[in-house]
Design a protein around this ligand. Structure first.
Ligand code: SER
Length: 584
């Protein structure tokens, strides 16, 4: 069975049994506690928790998921991926164990045609009820039903949320893949293709059960790629019709042939898998960056460049993987087709940027490897890994990997302490702020926060509470002095939310200050920056503040216009178009 057919068969099977076919949600989760969508149930979490009323009692999906925890395994095993499709059927307080187990068995044996003698199941160690269902109602021989502990058979999101004991179905791939004895003995031979979670508990962020959910629910997850591997009788996921075309792309880019040499195969698999995963991440709006999901993407794109270089390919290659991924999966995921130009652009520019520093980094790396070898050292100093990271953009994981190939270990402890030192320096610098910051903090300690009047009025009277000139607090300032002043209340808008600060004038009985910018300061003060244009101003004086009205109105209009423009761009270009900042 081809993957497209497996997906269709699954969804139709459950649709015929009263499930609503719901589209995949984005890889960028609505749930702020998650980095990336990591399970089919993510979009239904509020239903399980009883926070929202589900619009249907049963649902079925083919969901895009991403598991960052498996990045390091990819390419080195037969069955790990970062991105995959998870087929699922869900019951929101409707049916429970009996139906879920019976339907799973029916679909796997009759729908997919897997011989029942090849099936094993596991259950949570104390779950006698499910053992009896599998044995007495479904008809699985008791010797192929295995109890397993919390590690294997209790599912939770790895963040706070719904959870529960689970039961998994395994297919025996035969003696050529390992020893007999079931999944507890060998998970290469016995391949997990189905996980049904009996969602009945709520967990805290450490995975400790806090209590019962309002209802008993079903959450099933079945990796399309694993099912394809079992049904297509392939040794690894990379030979299925989902991934083989991408491995072919890697072969044709590099002129290498898959299956001839282990090291080359690892690189070909990584290229295929990461190329596909990055395409999906970018299509859903993830952009390369130095933190969070953007960093996951950046690391993977950089790994693609590195593995391509190792196979002797110097030219940019992401576009080949994007095109091929869209060919293979565009029908099931039409968004991929419409977002292709955007994906090509983002992937291409990141690839180009890293490609430029890669060469210098690798020169440094190689000379350090030589040095280590000369000194008969087994380790690459953490300081080298740090320099590669800091100057050349090599993620640590990448350095560890290339070092491993050169027969060296990286001193990751030293690397970690250098990173920590750098963070500490950055923190200290931020805490201290510039010299002006600390003076302003002193002013704010005396003045208290400034009252902002500028939504209702554009001029007002008040008192001049603080003057900072030449980096220190002053009692007076004279014509020609550049100063910062703090008032008790002000109509001046301080730069923020993408809108620049106001300009205008402040008049005291003896002088005039022309204000050229307004910024937020420490402790809720508003800081007016300007030039004393005539006379003398003194701390504590009464004053009158007047915003440059035409300028403020023009700025406000432009600010509104950026929001309108942003909204419009999203309508035409897609939801991934995001405004990163503005200064209007
Ligand atoms: N939530 C479970 C999993 O991800 C079953 O869908 O494996």
């Amino acid at each position: 069975m081809q993957a497209d057919q497996i997906r269709r068969t699954f969804l139709r099977f459950f649709e015929e049994r009263g499930h609503r076919v719901v589209p995949s949600s984005s890889l960028i989760p609505a749930d702020p506690t998650l980095l990336l969508t990591n399970a089919g149930m993510n979009q239904f979490k509020p239903y399980f928790l009883g926070l929202e009323q589900p619009p249907y009692p049963r649902a079925t999906t083919a969901q895009k998921v991403f598991r960052a925890v498996d990045i390091e395994n990819v390419g080195h095993t037969a069955r790990h991926l970062t991105f995959f499709e998870m087929l699922g059927n869900f019951s929101f307080g409707d049916y429970f164990k009996k139906e879920a187990c019976a339907w799973a068995y029916e679909l796997v044996t009759e729908g997919y045609g897997v011989d029942q003698d090849r099936l094993w199941v596991t259950v949570f160690e104390t779950d006698d009820e499910t053992i009896d269902i599998w044995a007495d109602e479904v008809g699985i021989p008791r010797e192929r039903i295995v109890r397993r502990g919390r590690e294997d058979n209790f599912w939770w999101m790895h963040v706070a949320g719904p959870s529960g004991p689970c039961s998994e179905i395994f297919v025996d791939r035969g003696p050529e893949y390992g020893p007999d004895g079931g999944p507890a003995v060998d998970e290469e031979r016995f391949l997990e293709i189905w996980n049904v979670v009996f969602m009945q508990n709520e967990c805290d962020e450490h995975g400790n059960v806090k209590g019962e959910l309002p209802k008993k629910n079903i959450d099933t997850g079945s990796s399309l790629e694993r099912v394809a591997m079992a049904l297509q009788n392939k040794a690894t996921l990379f030979e299925t019709d989902l991934l083989r075309p991408l491995v072919e792309t890697a072969e044709s880019i590099s002129g290498r042939i898959y299956g001839q040499d282990d090291t080359t195969d690892v690189s070909l698999r990584i290229l295929a898998e990461h190329g596909r995963a990055c395409t999906f991440l970018i299509a859903d709006g993830v952009l390369p960056s130095n933190e969070g999901r953007g960093y996951v993407l950046r690391r993977m794109l950089r790994k693609v460049v590195t593995h391509a270089r190792r196979l002797g390919v110097e030219r940019p290659i992401m576009s080949d993987f994007v095109e091929r991924t869209v060919d293979v999966m565009g029908e099931a995921y039409p968004d991929l087709v419409s977002n292709k130009p955007f994906v090509l652009q983002v992937a291409g520019s990141e690839e180009e940027r890293f490609g430029a520093t890669y060469r210098q980094g690798i020169v440094l790396f190689e000379s350090e490897v030589e040095k280590a070898k000369k000194e008969s050292s087994q380790a690459l100093p953490g300081s080298v890994a740090f320099r590669l990271h800091d100057t050349h953009g090599f993620p640590l994981e990448l350095t560890v990997e290339v070092a491993r190939d050169a027969g060296l270990l990286v001193d990751t402890d030293e690397f970690a302490s250098l990173m920590e030192e750098q963070r500490r320096r950055a923190r200290d610098a931020a805490r201290k702020g510039g010299p002006v910051e600390s003076v302003l903090a002193e002013v704010s300690a005396v003045s208290g926060p400034t009252d902002f009047l500028g939504y209702e009025r554009l001029s007002s009277e008040g008192r001049l509470l603080g003057i900072v000139a030449d980096g220190s607090i002053s009692e007076t300032a004279h014509e020609g002095d550049r100063i910062r002043v703090v008032l008790d209340r002000t109509p001046f808008y301080a730069e923020g939310g993408g809108q620049v600060g106001d300009e205008g004038v402040i008049r005291t009985p003896g002088g005039v200050i022309k204000i050229s910018d307004t910024k937020p300061g420490p402790g809720g003060i508003i800081v007016h920056e300007g030039l004393v244009s005539s006379g003398e101003v003194r701390q504590g004086e009464e004053m009158e503040a007047e915003v440059d009205v035409p300028r403020r109105q023009a700025t406000a209009r432009s600010h509104t216009a950026t929001h309108v423009l942003h909204h419009t761009i999203r309508q035409f270009v897609g939801e991934h178009a995001r405004q990163a900042g503005s200064l209007v």
